[in-house]
Design a protein around this ligand. Sequence first.
Ligand SMILES: C[S@@+](CC[C@H](N)C(=O)[O-])C[C@H]1O[C@@H](n2cnc3c(N)ncnc32)[C@H](O)[C@@H]1O
Length: 272
Amino acid sequence: MMSPQLPQGFAAVDGGEDPHAFVSYVDAVSALSSAQAYKQLTLLMLRVGEGARVLDVGCGTGDAARALAQVVGPRGWVVGIDNSRTMIEEATRRQNGLGLPVEFYVGDAYQIAFPDEVFDACRADRVFQHLREPKKALSEMIRVTRSGGRIVVSDPDWGTFIVNSPDRDLTRRIVGFACDATTDGWMGRQLPGLFREVGLQDVQVRTSLVVIEEYDTAKEVLGIEWLAHGAAQAGVITSGEAERWLRGLQEDHAAGRFTCGLGGFITSGVKP
Ligand SMILES: C[S@@+](CC[C@H](N)C(=O)[O-])C[C@H]1O[C@@H](n2cnc3c(N)ncnc32)[C@H](O)[C@@H]1O
């Protein structure tokens, strides 16, 4: 059963009822072909090659860090940090024996435990939406990146959460609740402005759309059942409406009409 905190409870994974549910969640997202496409783009936008030193902030289970380690090769160095010990233990377990130039540490995006300018590039994927002080985290990423180095931050924007449902009014209320239940559901659209505000140059924006056509996958990855019941608990809808909405989605799935998706922003900038 899905943890009641997913997908919005990532600020404190280890403090949750079932931290390993977050590992399964990250894996479920990574398995989606539309997620793989945007993730690949985030890596390309870092523009790193052999010998580069790269930091992944909020690295989760370390998939991107391991992929980057293949790119930078033995002369390079990749570090993944995450404030969840559960995530770092899993990332470390997965890289054991691979011989890749990658290291994982428990660490906080607000206080990155590395000296100034040690990395050529720095990234964070789906982390800033969970941060109360994204500017502070971005400033830390800039501090540890060398002048001329590139920073890439990608986040969904829950204002783009789309669900094909027979009941549009109910859907609007539930997706609105989903957006507001995230620490900053509008993080995606705010990234380009944030990058400029902190003085990053050559700011470039790409977009992503993760599309899901199976009810069970949407339940796991977008938390549609939790969101419907959460909206009912918050008084945004009634519990009868939550049941009706979910029933409608299940019927749509059976009829081949189920589609939902979440858009995101991938923003890159260069440290002056
Ligand atoms: C949605 S997951 C994304 C993980 C990974 N970047 C990916 O794309 O698969 C968000 C990650 O950010 C981490 N996180 C949240 N707040 C953090 C903070 N203040 N410092 C470091 N990591 C944080 C969580 O523990 C979690 O692993």
